[in-house]
Design a protein around this ligand. Structure first.
Ligand SMILES: Cc1cc2nc3c(=O)[nH]c(=O)nc-3n(C[C@H](O)[C@H](O)[C@H](O)COP(=O)(O)OP(=O)(O)OC[C@H]3O[C@@H](n4cnc5c(N)ncnc54)[C@H](O)[C@@H]3O)c2cc1C
Length: 347
């Protein structure tokens, strides 16, 4: 602890990370009357990839009480995606019902994550930001607290919602199970006009992998490239349709190797969102999974603290749920990749 910092308030739940997973669990716990502290290392607004949300996110946003502010934010909406996988390009709509076509969101993450964090704050969650979690406080094999740049916190439950670097798993030395070779996704943003991409995102397969392109804001487009061969991508690489547009954010890389933490819950802790499991963005549900895992765990914690569930039952049920979900997604993603023109050997 830095000199001058003291041990601070002890909540029921301490959440590390203010992305969709951390906010969802903080909101869920606060809605159920628990005392929550959320620490986030970066000041908001902060940029983050992962804008495209399937319409299936709507009921979750309603449950968290953020559907109206998300609508009011005016994010771009789309009716489906262009898919060029085995053969020619075809438009795949999300579907429709009596009220019309189902619409996805291009939720600009700086704004979307700020909406979620504001909702948590409004429900009484104590947000400490910027505040960096450095190490765990243990009592035997139980996680009981976190040392941070703003002091030491103790809580009945510690939540790792700090994203894909598996902070808590690394601290505890938990096993991470890999289900693909190392996969690196490259991504970037360009500004200008690309009318062909204005109405819906597209995913296009080629001999080496796939490329995703989407309009994410007015005059702003995003691309992601995943290659299954050792492809050297020049720093100024752009998908063909974005040639001539101006680079807004230089190319970045993310480790999207398919992986899951063997024990995503244990004595005193839960891992939610990317902290628990990661798949490459072709699975396209990272934010939805982050929110759903956060909501699930908020209910498990409330039930456990009310005495309706033992700690061991909560741990076992969550681990089973996360592993089943991951296995299901791996199966679907594998059969999608098997249909590529040149599928990788490990599929
Ligand atoms: C290129 C790319 C494209 C993607 N596209 C999509 C998409 O279109 N749709 C989709 O649904 N998903 C997409 N994803 C996946 C999506 O980005 C993630 O699944 C999602 O952001 C996970 O949310 P999270 O809350 O678990 O973690 P994050 O959103 O990563 O949030 C973690 C938070 O924890 C904070 N933090 C980290 N360490 C600490 C610490 N030590 N102390 C305190 N705070 C800390 C971080 O600052 C961050 O704010 C994409 C991913 C990539 C790499």
């Amino acid at each position: 602890m830095e000199p001058g910092l003291e041990e601070v308030s002890n909540p029921d739940v301490l959440v590390v990370g203010g992305g969709p997973a951390g906010c969802a669990i903080a909101i869920g716990c606060a809605q159920l009357g628990l005392k929550v502290v959320l620490i986030e290392s970066k000041p908001f607004p902060r940029t983050h990839p992962g804008e495209t949300l399937h319409p299936g996110v709507e009921p979750l946003l309603k449950q968290l009480g953020v559907f109206e502010p998300v609508l009011a934010a005016g994010f771009l909406r789309h009716k489906g995606n262009w898919v060029q996988w085995e053969a020619g390009s075809e438009f795949v709509p999300f579907g429709e019902d009596d009220s019309g076509a189902w619409l996805g969101f291009q939720a600009w993450r700086a704004d979307f994550d700020a909406i979620l964090l504001n909702q948590a704050r409004g429900l009484g969650v104590e947000i400490i930001q910027p505040c960096h979690a450095s190490s765990l406080v243990m009592d035997g094999c139980r996680v009981i607290g976190v040392e941070t740049s703003q002091g030491t916190f103790r809580a009945a439950k510690i939540i790792d919602a700090a994203g894909d670097h598996h902070w808590l798993a690394q601290q505890l030395g938990l096993q991470i199970q890999y289900h693909s070779p190392r996969l690196i996704a490259y991504y970037g943003y360009v500004t200008g006009e690309c009318p062909v991409r204005d109405h819906a995102p597209a995913i296009a397969a080629d001999f080496c992998g796939w490329t995703w392109t989407a309009k994410v804001r007015l005059q702003l487009y995003q691309w992601t490239r995943l290659s299954f061969v050792d492809e050297k991508i020049p720093k100024d690489w752009l998908p063909d349709e974005f040639q001539g547009l101006k680079i807004y954010q230089p190319m970045r890389a993310a480790n999207v190797t398919w992986r899951i933490v063997s024990q995503p819950a244990g004595y005193g802790y839960f891992l939610v969102g990317d902290a628990a499991m990661v798949l490459d963005p072709a699975s396209s549900h990272g934010v939805l999974k982050a929110i759903m895992s956060g909501i699930w765990v908020s209910h498990a914690i409330a039930w456990e603290l009310l005495g309706n569930l033992t700690e061991q039952q909560a741990i076992d049920q969550y681990c089973l749920w996360i592993h089943n979900w991951f296995r299901h997604d791996v199966k679907n993603l594998s059969s999608l990749i098997a249909k590529l023109p040149n599928p990788p050997f490990w599929i």
